[in-house]
Design a protein around this ligand. Structure first.
Ligand code: ATP
Length: 445
C-alpha cells in the first residue's frame, strides 16, 4: 500500500529551470565557480552530490561504449596541444562563430543566435559580423613567443585521430573499431547560457568509430540507434527525446551526414549529442600535415585504405543537466508536497541512504554495520539528523532510490526496513538478505 498521489499537472516548463537550478545549488550538485569572489564567467564547480552524479553519467557512457563491447578501446589524451594539430584539423581556420557588437551597449553576441534586438539593452544597431575563434590560446614554457603557443583542446576527438596509429599498433584492432575518450574541453563561447548547458569549460564523451570506406552510412545508422537507446535506457522519456537530421547546408565542413540527439529543454528542443559521418576527412588531414601514413592495411585482402569515421560526440555536463531536468518531479505524500528526482539508480548521487531511526546511541553500532556492509557495493549516504520523515524527503529530493532504516526492532530481529523512493513502499528485510535484495533491485532497474 502506498499513499503517493501524482501531482495533477506535470511540473510546468517555465518554473522547472529555476527549481532545478535552485535544487542543484541548495543540495550540493552544482555551484558557481569562485562564488565568494562573485563567480567567474559562467564556470561551475560540481559539489559533493554533483561529482557523484557526473561521474555516474560518464561511467554509464564508458560502460555502454567500452566495457560492454569488444570493438572499442579507450584513451585519455592531453588537454594541451600544439598549433599543428589544430591547423590540420581545421580548427584554427574554421572553429569560429560570427560575432556582432551592439553599438548602443557594446555587448557582443553570436549573430546566428541573435533574434532581432540586443538581449542586453534592446538596441537594434549592430556592427558587421566578424569571425571569432573559440579556442583558448596559451603558452607552454616560460617564453610567451609564437614558438611556445599552445591551445586547450576544444573537443576530445582530435586525440583519437592523432593516436590512431598508436592504438592500431598496440591493440591489433581492425576496422570496424572505435576509440573512446571522456574529458574536459574548452571553448571561449561568446554567449554561455542556460546554466551548464553552454559553458566555457565542460566535459565531453566522444568516440571515433573507424570503418571500411563503403560501410560509413550503415554504421552511421547503427550509432544513431545505439545512442538514442542509451538515453532512453537511463530514463529520458521518449516524448522528450528526438533525433534530428541536419539539412545539407547545416553540415560541418567535414561531415557527410550528421544527426543530433535532442532533448526538450524548458526553452525548446536543443542538442545533447551530435552523431556525424566524418568520412576520411580527419585521418587524411593529419596524414597530409604530419607525413605519417594514417591508414589500415588489411592482410586478408592485401588492401590499404583510409578508414571512414562515425563520431558520436556527447556532452557529459550538458547531459547531466538533461537527466536532472527529466527526473525532476513533485507529488504529494499524505497531503504533503514533495520534490523528487526520479533518477535512474545508476545515475543517482547515492544509491542507498542508511538511516538510524533515532539519534539514540543504541542504534549506532548496528546502523554502522549496515553502512559498512553496503559501502563496498553502493554509494551510500548516512544521515542521523532530523525526523525520519524529513530525512526520507531529503533523500527523495536528491534522487536516492532506496533508504534503509535501522530501528529498535532491528536490534532484536536483525532486520531493517527498505523504503522505495518512487512508490514509498516499505518492506522488512533480514540483514543477511539485504545486499542481495538491493542488488536485485539495482539489477532490475
Ligand atoms: P553547439 O552548436 O551547441 O555550440 P556543437 O554542435 O558545436 O554545439 P559539438 O562540437 O558537436 O557541439 O560537441 C559535442 C557535444 O559537446 C555537444 O552535443 C554538447 O553536448 C557538448 N558541448 C559542446 N559545446 C559545449 C559547451 N560550450 N558547454 C557544454 N557542452 C558542450
Amino acid at each position: 500500500m502506498t499513499d503517493v498521489q501524482r501531482a495533477a499537472e506535470p511540473v510546468a516548463a517555465e518554473g522547472l529551470m529555476e527549481k532545478v537550478v535552485g535544487l542543484a545549488k541548495r543540495r550540493g550538485f552544482i555551484f558557481q565557480s569562485a562564488e565568494i569572489y562573485g563567480g567567474f564567467r559562467s564556470t561551475y564547480d560540481y559539489g559533493p552530490l554533483g561529482v557523484n552524479m557526473l561521474r555516474n553519467v560518464k561511467d554509464a557512457w564508458w560502460r555502454a561504449m567500452v566495457q560492454l563491447r569488444d570493438d572499442v578501446v579507450g584513451i585519455d589524451a592531453a588537454i594541451l596541444g600544439p598549433p599543428a594539430v589544430w591547423a590540420a584539423s581545421g580548427h584554427l581556420a574554421n572553429f569560429t562563430d560570427p560575432l556582432v557588437e551592439c553599438r548602443t551597449c557594446h555587448s557582443r553576441w553570436r549573430e546566428d543566435k541573435l533574434e532581432g534586438a540586443c538581449p542586453n539593452c534592446g538596441g537594434t544597431d549592430f556592427t558587421e559580423a566578424r569571425s571569432f575563434n573559440l579556442m583558448f590560446k596559451t603558452h607552454a614554457g616560460p617564453v610567451e613567443d609564437q614558438a611556445a603557443e599552445a591551445y586547450l583542446r576544444p573537443e576530445t576527438a582530435q586525440g583519437m585521430f592523432v593516436n590512431f596509429l598508436n592504438v592500431l599498433q598496440t591493440t591489433r584492432k581492425k576496422p570496424p573499431f572505435g576509440i573512446a575518450q571522456v574529458g574536459k574541453s574548452f571553448r571561449n563561447e561568446i554567449t554561455p547560457q542556460n546554466f551548464v548547458f553552454r559553458t566555457r569549460e565542460f566535459e565531453q564523451m566522444e568516440m571515433e568509430y573507424f570503418v571500411p570506406p563503403d560501410e560509413g552510412p550503415r554504421w552511421h545508422e547503427y550509432w544513431l540507434a545505439e545512442r538514442y537507446r542509451w538515453y532512453v535506457d537511463l530514463g529520458i522519456p521518449e516524448d522528450k527525446l528526438r533525433l534530428r537530421h541536419h539539412d545539407p547546408d547545416e553540415l560541418s565542413h567535414y561531415s557527410a551526414g550528421t544527426a543530433d540527439v535532442e532533448f526538450l529543454f524548458p526553452w525548446g528542443w536543443d542538442e545533447l549529442e551530435g552523431i556525424a559521418n566524418r568520412t576520411d576527412y580527419d585521418l587524411k588531414a593529419h596524414a597530409a600535415a604530419s607525413g605519417e601514413r594514417l591508414d589500415y592495411f588489411d592482410p586478408t585482402t592485401g588492401e590499404r585504405y583510409t578508414p571512414h569515421v562515425i563520431e558520436p560526440a556527447a556532452g557529459a555536463t550538458r547531459t547531466m543537466m538533461a537527466f536532472l531536468l527529466a527526473a525532476y518531479d513533485e507529488d504529494e505524500i499524505g497531503g504533503e508536497r514533495r520534490a523528487v528526482l526520479r533518477l535512474h539508480p545508476r545515475l543517482a548521487p547515492y544509491q542507498v541512504a542508511v538511516l538510524p531511526l533515532s539519534k539514540k546511541e543504541a542504534l549506532e553500532p548496528l546502523a554502522r554495520e549496515v553502512l559498512h556492509l553496503l559501502q563496498p557495493h553502493f554509494m551510500c549516504d548516512y544521515d542521523v539528523t532530523q525526523s525520519i520523515g524529513r530525512r526520507y524527503r531529503r533523500q527523495d529530493e536528491v534522487g536516492t532510490p532506496w533508504c534503509v532504516t535501522v530501528d529498535f526492532d532491528s536490534l532484536e530481529d536483525r532486520a531493517v526496513t527498505v523504503r522505495d523512493r518512487d512508490t514509498t513502499e516499505q518492506v522488512r528485510v533480514p540483514l543477511d538478505g539485504l545486499l542481495d535484495e538491493l542488488r536485485r533491485r539495482a539489477g532490475d532497474a
